[in-house]
Design a protein. Structure first.
Length: 67
């Protein structure tokens, strides 16, 4: 996942420094989504959108990968 101009709308709730990365905690409806952002990359301050990278995204149905 990465921050993008189009995607799932989220609210940034917390940013934690983890050395070479920042752990950005976001909320979409009742779900928490955490994103690792490399040090030096910008982090949105309040509202943002997240996009799934198809190369690293798998869809599962009943425990089986379907994509």
């Amino acid at each position: 996942m990465k921050f993008a101009s189009k995607g799932v709308p989220v609210q940034v709730t917390k940013v934690s420094d983890a050395g070479r990365f920042q752990i950005v905690e976001t909320r979409h409806e009742d779900n928490t989504i955490r994103v690792l952002v490399p040090e030096g990359k910008p982090v949105p301050s309040e509202h943002a959108k997240l996009a799934f990278d198809p190369a690293y995204t798998q869809v599962y149905v009943n425990g089986w990968a379907v994509s």
